[in-house]
Design a protein around this ligand. Structure first.
Ligand SMILES: [Zn+2]
Length: 303
């Protein structure tokens, strides 16, 4: 039997918002069983549950909304919480965006490592995919397929010589998330960055928190993985699927997808009769997420 988990103690960090460029204080606090993951905007006193029903804008990042108040760029933190098996936690933020830190989930993994995890007295329920559901937009697609583990198969392709095709399939149990996915950074094309800046976005973006792809190559010194780009897409998908509110037993098969399709296929799973069920325990042979591991070489950006 697996039990729900929360943090052992509260932890905090400071960083800047990717789009606003302003400093933000983030605090992660323990929460009771079945609280789920919720954001508290301490500057305005509004709580926003991290569920599909609260998704707001989804261009370039996932934003959650409640009563006209939003919290942006939640997906990397949600991926770290989900990837490490945290079911219940309160996330306090004193502004409209989660700090971007180094553009990956590795600093959040380190923060959760500092907090430690503890089991709660309530069994964890998993959302098991029973029937394949699919969301398609032109050549882009995302499918959720029955599987006894949480797995992702992701393929990307861009009209750029460096990024014509990258694909990766991974079972996200044990240390796989922290070691193979969490350190992969946000990426963007130089030409898009310039456009975003003109519309007042990505003001906090820099080579410190994103991999920037120019016409002839990557502007940063070096990549953390040869296929860092597809790994980051998997990271985003884990964060978006965390909005299901339960750990998933199923395989995401995504082709050139993004935040909107991740959310669309998740919504479809819940809306399709007989497509999923809540199960109390892992299938035989499936493993619990490791307590906390990996990404230890990467330190959070201190602001
Ligand atoms: Zn991302």
């Amino acid at each position: 039997m697996a039990y729900r988990r929360t943090l052992r103690r509260e932890v905090a960090c400071t960083g800047i918002g990717l789009h606003s460029g302003r400093p933000v204080r983030l605090r992660l606090r323990p929460a009771p069983a079945e609280h789920g993951i919720r954001f508290l905007r301490t500057d305005v006193g509004v709580t926003i549950p991290a569920t599909l029903a609260h998704i707001g804008a989804q261009d370039h990042a996932t934003t959650l909304r409640q009563d006209g108040v939003s919290i942006g760029t939640v997906e990397h933190l949600l991926a770290a919480l989900c990837g490490l098996g945290v079911d219940d936690a309160l996330v306090e933020v004193d502004g409209p965006e989660v700090p971007v830190l180094d553009g990956s989930a590795a600093p959040f993994v380190i923060l959760l490592h500092e907090a430690g995890l503890r089991p709660l007295a309530v069994p964890r329920l998993y959302l098991k995919v029973l029937k394949t559901v699919e969301a398609v937009h032109g050549a882009k697609s995302a499918r959720l397929v029955p599987c006894d583990h949480f797995e992702v198969r992701y393929a990307i392709g861009f009209d750029h010589p460096l990024l014509r095709h990258q694909a990766l399939a991974l079972r996200l149990s044990g240390r796989a998330f922290a070691d193979s996915i969490a350190p992969a950074r946000t990426f963007g094309f130089l030409r898009e960055v310039e456009m975003l800046r003109k519309s007042g976005l990505a003001l906090g973006g820099s080579l410190e928190n994103a991999v920037v792809i120019g016409e002839t190559g990557v502007l940063n010194n070096k990549l953390r993985f040869e296929d860092e780009f597809v790994r980051h897409k998997i990271l985003d998908a884990v964060g978006d699927l965390a909005l299901l509110g339960r750990p998933l037993l199923g395989r995401l098969e995504a082709n050139k997808a993004g935040h909107e399709l991740h959310a669309a296929v998740a919504r479809k799973l819940l809306a399709t009769a007989g497509a999923c069920e809540l199960v109390p325990a892992l299938a035989a042979g499936a493993r619990e997420p490791a307590p906390i591991a990996g990404a230890a070489a990467l330190r959070p950006a201190e602001a």
